[in-house]
Design a binder for this molecule. Structure first.
Ligand code: NAP
Ligand code: MG
Length: 486
């Protein structure tokens, strides 16, 4: 293994101090199963301290955050982005070791994290309210105000990216933050928090409380002093978190994953489409909320597409992330076993693996590898085309015409992303409107991550929008001021 940077503190960041906890959690390297380090295991008492620190920072009882203008907040975010760039190599090495993802993807994630801070730095002093025409003896205006304390619960698949997405927007808008990273991967987040302290972020503005979802996460989502909650993860946990927040009438943003279709018509540039299809499912070993995990292919090109994809899948190799393979391991044994059980059940139901990659010779034995694969002969409403598998598994189905494509695309309760591949302009627009999804990509998939583009789901994929300017608005609430002046 490459030499790793110094491990971040086995502690929580609360009120600007690193606070140790009586118990710790083991951090495993998914590529080897070996222990990387330990992290703090926060309980309800740490959550209490962190929320109170964030409250005090927001209310002006701790530090100077409440006095910072939008321009000052933007300047800090710019400086922090530059500090992330300076530390990018160490951050990427931690992200790669901790999540198992290929090194080039880890580097990309750190660059995206810095870009979030730059984007929201520039946006901080450009978010303004409006004046509203009303009776002549009134002036009515709206103010965009921060919520106060933002609770953020994030997953293990893109720790640094999601940290950037949530924290940059919340801070740009003037909130303070308590963030619960995932127990399975939070080292980059802890290092980012160290950098934030070094960059002079006032105490209590950003608090990071590592720990278990059932302990730190549950206590945070149920806390009466939080003003907003954003959650990224599974629909089941999202329900629990929403219920806890509802008890205090705390507004929530839910990003709950997807079962996103790539719809390929025979008139598409098939070579470009298939390159994007493969990348869209093997990126981060398929553990991506916006993974293109379903492929719908027009019947007239189905056989040709399957043959071309089989060649591409057979060439894919799994290995440790530091070797920058096509595909890294899954995050842990539990996720791998869960996936293997579902793949075995699919096989029992007559579903066939049309092609698969391999684990590279020399890959570490203890790694949680699942080879990239494509499934065919799938009954129309089978689980593998309706439920998130969260692995490098592409489920392929055939369609006859546009109506059939739309019917299959919408045959899941999720609706996060969709890709449409066709040269027919009318069809591009018709499908973009008819497919139920938060984002639609035409002749591309994912717009290279597009941090500027509002992102979020419909139906079981969640609600609320992050990324882009909409994401910044999500961390504000509108106040209406009506002035009667005669
Ligand atoms: P999860 O349970 O939804 O975890 C997401 C975050 O919620 C983690 O920080 C987790 O803490 C926390 N959490 C867990 N239980 C909680 C509770 N009762 N109250 C508050 N917070 C809680 O996801 P998972 O178990 O890691 O993965 C399971 C499945 O979720 C995956 O197979 C995949 O389908 C889906 N998933 C989706 C995304 C996405 O990007 N949409 C990301 C990850 C997973 P811990 O630190 O204890 O995990
Ligand atoms: Mg780990």
């Amino acid at each position: 293994m490459h030499e790793l940077p110094e491990m971040p503190p086995r502690a929580a960041l609360i009120a600007g101090e690193w606070v140790t906890t009586p118990h710790t959690l083991r951090v495993e390297a998914p590529a080897t199963g070996e222990t990387l380090t330990e992290i703090a295991r926060c309980g309800a008492e740490h959550v209490e301290e962190a929320v109170r620190a964030a409250r005090c920072a927001f209310d002006g009882k701790l530090g100077e955050w409440h006095r910072w203008s939008a321009r000052q907040r933007g300047e800090w975010l710019f400086a922090f982005a530059a500090a992330i760039d300076t530390d990018a190599e160490a951050l990427a090495a931690l992200e790669c070791a901790d999540t198992g993802k290929p090194m080039s993807q880890a580097k990309g994630d750190i660059a995206v994290c810095a870009r979030y801070f730059r984007f929201y730095a520039g946006a901080a002093d450009k978010l303004h309210g409006e004046t509203i025409p009303f009776e002549n003896d009134f002036t009515v205006l709206t103010l965009r105000e921060p919520f106060g304390v933002c609770a953020q619960i994030i997953p293990w698949n893109y720790p640094a990216q999601i940290f950037g997405r949530c924290v940059a927007a919340a801070l740009a808008a003037g909130n303070s933050v308590v963030l619960k990273p995932a127990e399975d991967a939070c080292l980059s987040v802890l290092r980012l928090a160290q950098i934030a302290v070094r960059c002079g972020l006032p105490p209590g503005v950003l608090n990071v409380i590592p720990g278990l979802g059932s302990e730190a996460g549950a206590a945070l989502s149920a806390h009466a002093l939080i003003d907003h909650l954003s959650f990224t993860g599974s629909p089941a946990t999202g329900t629990r978190v929403t219920q806890a927040a509802a008890a205090n009438h705390v507004p929530v943003t839910m990003e709950l994953g997807g079962k996103s279709p790539q719809v390929v018509f025979a008139d598409a540039d098939l070579d470009t489409a298939l390159t994007a299809v493969v990348r869209g499912i093997i990126q981060n070993a398929g553990q991506t909320c916006s993974a293109g995990s379903r492929l719908l292919v027009e019947a007239s090109c189905y056989d040709a597409v399957i043959a071309a994809l089989a060649e591409r899948f057979s060439a894919l190799r799994c290995d440790a992330g530091e070797k920058d393979p096509d595909c890294g391991p899954l995050i842990n044994a539990r996720q791998r076993e869960k996936l293997e059980v579902r793949l075995a059940a699919a096989k029992d139901d007559g579903i066939r693996v049309a092609a698969a990659g391999q684990v590279a010779g020399g890959a570490p034995g203890g790694g949680h590898f699942v080879v990239p694969q494509m499934l065919v002969d799938i009954p129309e409403y089978h689980d593998v085309v309706r439920e998130e598998l969260f692995g490098p598994v592409l489920a392929v189905q055939r369609f006859d015409d546009e109506d059939d494509a739309v019917r299959l695309a919408n045959a899941t309760d999720f609706g996060l992303c969709a890709g449409i591949w066709t040269r027919d302009g009318g069809r591009q627009l018709r499908l973009a409107k008819r497919i139920r999804s938060g984002q639609v990509f035409v002749n591309n998939y994912g717009a290279a991550g597009g941090i500027e583009l509002p992102f979020g789901g419909v139906r079981r994929s969640g609600h609320g929008r992050e990324k882009g300017f909409e994401g910044l608005k999500s961390y504000t609430q509108l106040k209406t001021v009506a002035i009667k002046h005669g």
